[in-house]
Design a protein around this ligand. Structure first.
Ligand SMILES: *Cc1c(COP(=O)(O)O)cnc(C)c1O
Length: 393
C-alpha cells in the first residue's frame, strides 16, 4: 500500500543534498578506476529507493544493488538503466524475469549454474551473474574450493559450446562480503582477505578473466580505500550519512551528513493536574501540573514501543520526554510549557543546537543505526529536499 496524500503532519524528510555530499566524498576518496555501487536494498535503507538511486547515479555511482528482484524491477520501472546487482538468492526458475529486466544476479553454488542453464531463455537479453564467495561470513556464497573448481569447469565447458554472441549466461563478477570490517581488530578481516585472494588466484590459474571484483562495504572502504585487488566497491550505510560503527567514525577523514530526519506536530496540547496517569497501563504519572502534547505517530509507523518513556523529542530546540506507552498511532510528550499546535516536533534530526541522532535512537533500542530508518513504516511519507528546497519525487 502506498500513501501519497498527506492528511496528517507526520513525515520523514530525506535530504538529497546530504546523499550527494556523501557519495561525492567517497568518490573523491576512491581512485578513479574504482567503480562505485550504491546499495539501495530495503527501499534504500528506508530512505526511498528511486530518488536515492537517481541521486547516487547523478553523483558518480555507476552500479546499484538490491536484495530482491522486486526491488530491482521497481528501479527499472522508474526508468533507471544502470546495472543492478541482486545480492539475494533468486530461485533459478525466475531467471527469465531477471533477463527481461537486465538484472545481474548472484550465484552461490556450482549447481545453480546448471539449473540456470536449464531456465535461461533465448531472444531476450542474456543473464549476467556475479559469483559470491563465502570467505567467513557464512551466509551466502561458495564456501569450498572444490565447488569453485566445479563452477569454473561448468562455465568453461559452456564457453566452449557457445560464442560470445549466443551465450545466454555470462560470468561478469566475483565478490565476497566482510563480517568484521567495522571493528578495531583486523585479524578476521585479514583472514577473509587472504581467503578471497586465494580464490582470485585460483580463477586466474584456470585462465578465466572476470571483469568485476568487489569486496568493500562502507566500513571496508573507510578502512582500505585503495584496496588493490578490487575495481568496484559497495557503498551502503555511509551513503546515508551514518557511520558503520564508532570505530569507523574515528577512522574516516571527512564528516558524513545524515540524510534522514523524522518530524510531526501536535494533534492536541492540554494542561493536566498533578498525579494524572498517561497512556495504556499508566506507566507514567505527572508530578505537578503539566502540559502534555499528543503527537500522531506510533508503533504502526515504526516508532518502536520499546522507546516508551525512553526517547526524547525536540520542540523549538528544546528536549522533551516521551511519556507513557507509545500507542499504535499516537504518543505523548511532556512539555515544559504550552506550545503552538503547529510547532514542529522532531523525533530524529536537529533543531537549533540540539540533535537527536539515529545513533541515539539505536542505542536506546540496543540495535545498530541501520535498523532505525528501515523500521519507519510505509505509513510515514518520505519528503525530499534538494538544493535546500522541497521537491516532488
Ligand atoms: C548491505 C550490503 C552492503 C552494504 O553494506 P554497508 O555496511 O551498508 O555499507 C554491501 N554488500 C552486501 C553484500 C550487502 O548485503
Amino acid at each position: 500500500m502506498d500513501i501519497h496524500a498527506q492528511y496528517r503532519h507526520t513525515w520523514a524528510e530525506i535530504n538529497l543534498d546530504a546523499i550527494r555530499a556523501n557519495v561525492s566524498s567517497f568518490r573523491k576518496l576512491l581512485s578513479p578506476d574504482k567503480e562505485l555501487m550504491a546499495v539501495v536494498k530495503a527501499n534504500a535503507y528506508g530512505h526511498g529507493a528511486i530518488p536515492i538511486a537517481k541521486e547516487a547515479l547523478a553523483t558518480g555511482a555507476t552500479w546499484l544493488a538490491v536484495s530482491l528482484l522486486e526491488e530491482a524491477i521497481q528501479l527499472r520501472k522508474a526508468g533507471i538503466e544502470a546495472p543492478i546487482l541482486l545480492f539475494g538468492y533468486l530461485p533459478e526458475e525466475f531467471a527469465p524475469i531477471a533477463q527481461q529486466y537486465k538484472i545481474t544476479i548472484s550465484i552461490n553454488e556450482a549447481s545453480s549454474f546448471l539449473e540456470l542453464l536449464a531456465h535461461v531463455q533465448q531472444d531476450i537479453p542474456p543473464l549476467t551473474f556475479h559469483v559470491k564467495v563465502d570467505t567467513g561470513m557464512s551466509r551466502l556464497g561458495i564456501g569450498d574450493e572444490t565447488d569453485i573448481l566445479q563452477l569454473i569447469s561448468h562455465y568453461q565447458e559452456y564457453q566452449e559450446k557457445t560464442t560470445q554472441d549466443n551465450r545466454l549466461l555470462r560470468w561478469e563478477g566475483i565478490y565476497t562480503h566482510l563480517a568484521t570490517a567495522d571493528e578495531e581488530d583486523t585479524v578476521y578481516f585479514d583472514k577473509q582477505i587472504t581467503v578471497f585472494k586465494n580464490v582470485l588466484e585460483l580463477i586466474k590459474k584456470q585462465g578465466l578473466e572476470i571483469p568485476y571484483v568487489h569486496m568493500e562495504n562502507s566500513a571496508g572502504i573507510i578502512r582500505v580505500p585503495q584496496f588493490p585487488d578490487t575495481n568496484l566497491v559497495r557503498l551502503g550505510i555511509s551513503m546515508y550519512g551514518l557511520y558503520p560503527s564508532s570505530e569507523m567514525k574515528k577512522k574516516i577523514s571527512f564528516s558524513l551528513q545524515p540524510a534522514f530526519s523524522l518530524h510531526t506536530s501536535f494533534s492536541l496540547i492540554k494542561q493536566v493536574k498533578t498525579n494524572t496517569g498517561v497512556s495504556y497501563g499508566v506507566t507514567y504519572v505527572t508530578e505537578g501540573v503539566k502540559w502534555l502534547g499528543t503527537i500522531p505517530i506510533g508503533y504502526a509507523d515504526g516508532w518502536n514501543r520499546r522507546l516508551s518513556n525512553q526517547a526524547d523529542v525536540l520542540v523549538m530546540g528544546h528536549r522533551m520526554k516521551l511519556v507513557g506507552k507509545i500507542c499504535m498511532d499516537q504518543s505523548i510528550v511532556e512539555l515544559d510549557h504550552n506550545y503552538s499546535k503547529h510547532d514542529r516536533v522532531t523525533l530524529i534530526g536537529s533543531q537549533g543546537e540540539d540533535e537527536i541522532s539515529i545513533d541515539e535512537i539505536a542505542r536506546k533500542l540496543d540495535t545498530i543505526n541501520y535498523e532505525i530508518p528501515c523500521m519507519i513504516s510505509y505509513r510515514v511519507p518520505r519528503i525530499y529536499v534538494k538544493d535546500g528546497k522541497k521537491v516532488m519525487d
